[in-house]
Design a binder for this molecule. Structure first.
Ligand SMILES: CC/C=C\C/C=C\C/C=C\C/C=C\C=C\C(=O)SCCNC(=O)CCNC(=O)[C@H](O)C(C)(C)COP(=O)(O)OP(=O)(O)OC[C@H]1O[C@@H](n2cnc3c(N)ncnc32)[C@H](O)[C@@H]1OP(=O)(O)O
Ligand SMILES: Cc1cc2nc3c(=O)[nH]c(=O)nc-3n(C[C@H](O)[C@H](O)[C@H](O)COP(=O)(O)OP(=O)(O)OC[C@H]3O[C@@H](n4cnc5c(N)ncnc54)[C@H](O)[C@@H]3O)c2cc1C
Length: 664
């Protein structure tokens, strides 16, 4: 029935103030106001319609995205939206586009690695979109191994230029979003060669296309790399291929904050660490963590609402059947994902703070926290994107057969999201970076250098190697100190075990390769500890609103105990907890699910997603699922005609043949 809230009774069961929870989710009252206003602006604009994406051809899809990005830019300028509002608008338009890379990587790369003069020259053009840029680092032959990139930038002292060249097929730039068909400029990464000497990979601003007719400039070959996973989905993006044939650019287009090349061709290294060339990746990884909470919460919102609408079995005396959300198995799959969405939100907030802090320190030439920022952004990007990709797929299964329909919104969400496990650093490669950081930390423990920040707990390694979990009753698992100690002990013991195993190898690098699977597990344990501890820290803050803090406490405990249950092998093997304590944790988890149950719908309402953004018949706010599913099916282009195209050509002759055979 139209206009009826089928989930009203669920909403009335909530034991907390949903409006206040919305503020917590958004980060502040101001952020909620902006987010809410902009999401409704997008939802009410027919130009941002997105329900037809899966039936468009690639060309139509791409043109449609160009139209939407142009319309979005028009609205941003007409309404004089602030940077925050404009970024929310792009978020709610919900379509991967070249603008993501222009605003999300091209501009940050120039900001992070350019000199003051370079910022003055390029940023105003980029901010007004008078140039459109992308981030061209990855090549056909190398993505993870940035030091293995082959594109060259050779300094020519005669003309005061760099000659950008792709010497091999594998040196072709491959993957950059926005490159294939749109970008006029790129920040490209190439090996700096001066007088035959290789100075490693640096960033350069290169114009790719003419500003008059958009044709590639001489020496440049550029195009799209082809269809990607899923229909619609990430195919709105023109991921591209790019080759250079001795393309000349002025010397001042090398991004020179980290290193400089003088007019005489002298290479000068600033006093900033070389790793700052990788700075844009640190920035983007941090944004990806916040983004994971958005993608996961979206899938969870759909699965939770649908699980409250869907009924199967359990009817007594002709009464209504059981809502599938009341099955403990459904709860044990769904509620940890709900809790993870909140956990990732808060760790994302914290990571943003860490990133801002490291940026301020870098400006003051304090580079001491850079390794930790790198390890945290790499590790948390890996942890949250892997969990989110798996979580979206789990939500699809939680919705049964209907979850497989595009109208559920889940297939497209999954297809758009999964590459997050690969881009901005393959998740395993990133965990290995965390593992290196942890092994370094352990190796320095006796040296008097006290571990700080997220590894401070390693400073108590002697105690953590010996401690015994104090849990005697299931309720003991609700104490934050108990949870923290278990996670710290597990992480410290796994790292120390790896460090000890490494000493069995004469060559540490060989040892690292041999033990890399164990090392990634130690890295995961450390990253999970960070997420759990930041959730617990969040709960120490003053959180207003009836019942809001209590709900967050329930979610925090679900998140931690679910992880404990999932990684029980780690906790038992390292002797951090006993089998009896593991079983008490499981009892507590079941009880927490029961406490979360009456609040589940309100907890997903707190994400404040419009039906337009969710793009899901199953996740509709009003829960009016069945009539809308039915309606949606009839909109499929296949149903445009009752008898399908191809009947005369293929079906009819086959049927006639069968008839003839039968008569024989
Ligand atoms: C509105 C939208 C906004 C934004 C976009 C949002 C979402 C994304 C949407 C869509 C996707 C779009 C774009 C995707 C873009 C890309 O994918 S860009 C390409 C990204 N590529 C990678 O991530 C490559 C991964 N590889 C690496 O990062 C590195 O090569 C490496 C794995 C770290 C290894 O490097 P290397 O071999 O050179 O280094 P090591 O020898 O291992 O280490 C040397 C020391 O340096 C330290 N280090 C390494 N990286 C960093 C860093 N980034 N910052 C600081 N320090 C770093 C490392 O720890 C070593 O330190 P040491 O041990 O003390 O010596
Ligand atoms: C949708 C999408 C958008 C992208 N956008 C951009 C962009 O805008 N700009 C850009 O420059 N790039 C972009 N990329 C490229 C992306 O950053 C790389 O694909 C990514 O960094 C992974 O590198 P790779 O492809 O070389 O993977 P590989 O490193 O070849 O990975 C293959 C396998 O090898 C494993 N492996 C690799 N190295 C190791 C190791 N040392 N130890 C153990 N295992 C290892 C990996 O775990 C993986 O299983 C994009 C990619 C995608 C999918």
């Amino acid at each position: 029935m139209e206009g009826v809230d089928h989930l009203a009774s669920e909403r009335s069961r909530a034991q907390f103030d949903v409006e206040e929870m919305k503020v917590v989710w958004a980060g502040s009252r101001h952020a909620l106001e902006v987010s809410d206003r902009i999401s409704r602006l997008v939802a009410s604009d027919p130009a941002f319609r997105k329900d037809n994406r899966t039936s468009l051809s690639r060309k139509e899809l791409f043109k449609n995205t160009l139209r939407k990005t142009a319309h979005a830019w028009k609205r941003i300028t007409e309404l004089r939206l602030s940077e925050e509002e404009a970024s929310r608008l792009r978020f709610y338009v919900d379509e991967p586009a070249f603008t993501d890379l222009h605003w999300g990587m091209f501009i940050p790369a120039i900001k992070g690695q350019g000199t003051e003069e370079q910022l003055q020259k390029w940023l105003p053009l980029a901010y007004k979109m008078q140039i459109i840029g992308c981030y061209a680092q990855t090549e056909l032959g190398h993505g993870s191994n940035v030091q293995g990139l082959e594109t060259t930038a050779t300094f020519d002292p005669q003309t005061d230029e760099f000659i950008i060249h792709s010497p091999t097929l594998t040196s072709s730039k491959w993957w950059p979003g926005g490159l294939g068909k749109v970008s006029t400029h790129a920040v490209i990464y190439a090996r700096l060669i001066i007088d035959g000497k290789d100075y490693g990979v640096n960033g350069f601003i290169v114009q790719l296309r003419s500003m008059d007719d958009h044709l590639p400039l001489p020496g440049i070959t550029v195009g799209d790399i082809g269809m990607k996973f899923g229909s619609g989905a990430y195919n709105t993006m023109d991921n591209g291929v790019l080759r250079f044939d001795h393309v000349r650019i002025p010397r001042d287009q090398m991004l020179m904050r980290v290193s400089q090349v003088t007019r005489e061709g002298k290479f000068v290294q600033s006093n900033v660490p070389r790793q700052l060339v990788y700075g844009t990746m640190v920035y983007v990884r941090q944004t990806i963590v916040a983004d994971a909470s958005c993608a996961l919460s979206r899938a969870v919102c759909i699965a939770t609402r649908y699980s409250a609408v869907r009924r199967q079995f359990g009817s007594q005396n002709g009464g209504v059947e059981t809502q599938v959300i009341d099955y403990k198995t459904q709860q044990s799959r769904l509620f940890p994902l709900l809790a993870s969405a909140y956990a990732f939100r808060f760790v994302g907030e914290w990571l943003k703070w860490l990133y801002t802090d490291v940026t301020q320190r870098l400006q003051a030439n304090d580079f001491s926290t850079l390794p930790e920022a790198h390890a945290c952004t790499a590790g948390l990007k890996s942890l949250t994107t892997s969990a989110t990709a798996d979580g979206i797929e789990e939500c699809r299964k939680l919705c049964g057969g209907h979850g497989y329909l595009c109208s559920s919104g889940l297939p497209e969400l999954f297809a758009v999201y999964v590459p997050a496990c690969t881009y901005e650093g393959d998740n395993i490669v990133l965990l290995l970076q965390v593992a290196r950081f942890l092994m370094k930390t352990v190796s320095q423990l006796g040296s008097g250098k006290k571990p700080v920040g997220t590894t401070a707990y390693m400073g108590r390694v002697d105690q953590l190697m010996q401690c015994h979990c104090a849990v005697q009753r299931a309720e003991d698992w609700l104490k934050p100190s108990v949870i923290l100690e278990a996670f710290e002990a597990r992480s410290a013991r796994m790292s120390v075990a790896c460090a000890q195993n490494l000493t069995n190898f004469a060559n540490p690098e060989e040892g690292f390769l041999e033990l890399s699977a164990d090392l990634t597990e130690a890295a995961v344990a450390h990253c999970q500890l960070i997420v759990v501890s930041k959730f617990i820290e969040k709960l120490k803050q003053d959180i207003p609103g009836k019942g809001v803090k209590e709900q967050l406490e329930i979610l925090c405990n679900i998140y931690a105990l679910f992880l404990l249950h999932k990684h029980l092998g780690d906790f038992l093997k390292t002797g951090c907890i006993s089998p009896k304590q593991a079983s008490l944790a499981n009892d507590q988890l079941r009880s927490l699910y029961s406490q979360a149950r009456p609040n589940a719908i309100a907890l997903v309402d707190a994400f404040d997603y419009t039906d337009h953004f969710l793009g899901s018949v199953l996740g509709r706010y009003d829960g009016n699922v069945y009539p809308k599913l039915y309606e949606e099916a009839w909109k499929d282009p296949l149903n445009d005609s009752v008898v399908p195209d191809g009947y005369q050509e293929y079906i009819r002759p086959m049927l006639k043949q069968q008839l003839r055979n039968a008569r024989l």
